[in-house]
Write a protein that binds this ligand. Structure first.
Ligand code: SAM
Ligand code: SF4
Length: 322
């Protein structure tokens, strides 16, 4: 285990249709870890050898005081204990934070953007503004941050645009990863009607682009090729068509201190209870060891009609942050 994802909030300023219902009930504030608690738990993982930390959410940059946490974790980059501190964001606040993120030691970030069409962007995110995200991307690149775009492929929504996105990302020198929708949490539509297999997409893209295989591996679920014409990497995250678990090196901490050993399973360990108990800081290391020992070998995802109203994993993606 070398990679920790930390969801710093389950709240978000967007309501992407595949991720959230429009009316969401968020977690009570008292259950959400303070920035200090988040830092203490992350530090315990760094002591255990975690080398890469990714902050996510919900939208990590809407958490009040988030730069305090990022700056304090940045010190582990300075000391060499951490190799990478990074972030997955919807881009809405990047214009404001890009320079600070770079100054804190971030060098690469992931930004989720499913379409280049402002109207479609509004339909997908419900509350988002593509112009603002575009300004955020500009600011991030100006600040020196390397960007990887994430796009969830949704049938009838952005499937006609994927070629254009490969071209656009290539021209902007951004890597791009397509993601299959995963059955997490109840949303306002039927997932089986929107599911798009990336096997088919890859096939279609290869008619227009030379997709060269690469040995680039992140220890994560994405399969990467290089697009010869643009020189940028193109990734495919296919949890449904492939079980990517064998090489998985990551664990996930939610903003309420639950540690999930697998995105696709419900087994977890309650580190909030540990850290808020007497002498909690000293007990953290043992609690983490015990939890990691239970990391499973595979996920339980399935998308079909029978499961539309009962997703394999009841929590929304915004709880563990993907
Ligand atoms: N708000 C940030 C963002 O959108 O990048 C970070 C959190 S978001 C939950 C992380 C990633 O999960 C995003 O790329 C999003 O598109 C993806 N995602 C959300 N719900 C998903 C689902 N049900 N299936 C597949 N990907 C999903
Ligand atoms: Fe928010 Fe990210 Fe979920 Fe969209 S995918 S609703 S931006 S957490």
């Amino acid at each position: 285990m070398s990679y920790l994802r930390v969801s710093v909030t389950d709240r978000c300023d967007f309501r992407c249709t595949y991720c959230m219902a429009e009316n969401m009930t968020f977690l009570p504030k008292k259950d959400v870890l303070s920035l200090e608690e988040l830092e203490a738990i992350t530090a315990a993982f760094i002591r255990k050898g975690v080398k890469k930390v990714r902050l996510t959410g919900g939208e990590p940059l809407v958490r009040k005081g988030i730069m305090e946490l990022i700056n304090s974790l940045g010190r582990y980059i300075d000391s060499g204990e951490l190799q990478e501190l990074t972030l997955t964001s919807n881009g809405s606040q990047l214009e404001k934070y890009a320079k600070d993120l770079y100054a804190a030691g971030m060098r690469r970030i992931n930004v989720s953007m499913d379409t280049l069409d402002p109207h479609m962007f509004k339909l997908i995110t419900r509350w988002g503004d593509l112009d603002k995200v575009m300004r955020g991307l500009d600011a991030a690149q100006e600040a020196g941050l390397k960007i990887k775009l994430n796009a969830v492929a949704v049938k009838g929504v952005n499937d006609h645009e994927l070629d254009r996105m490969v071209e656009w990302a290539g021209a902007r020198e951004m890597d791009l990863t397509f993601i299959e929708t995963m059955p997490m949490g109840t949303i306002d539509e039927l997932r089986s009607e929107k599911f798009l297999s990336l096997e088919t997409i890859k096939q279609q893209l290869s008619e227009n682009w030379t997709l060269e295989s690469t040995d680039y591996k992140t220890g994560g679920p994405a399969d990467y090729v290089t697009v010869k014409e643009t020189g940028q990497k193109l990734g495919f995250i296919t949890p449904l068509s492939h079980n990517f678990c064998e090489s998985c090196n990551r664990v996930r901490l939610t903003c309420t201190g639950m540690l999930y050993m697998c995105l696709g399973q419900n087994d977890n360990a309650d580190l909030k209870e540990v850290i808020r108990s007497e002498g909690g800081l000293e007990k953290l290391d043992a609690a983490i060891d015990e939890a990691i020992g239970r990391k499973p070998k595979g996920h339980d995802f399935v998308i079909d009609r029978k499961h539309d109203n009962k997703p394999a994993v009841a929590r929304h993606m915004s709880v563990t942050g993907g």
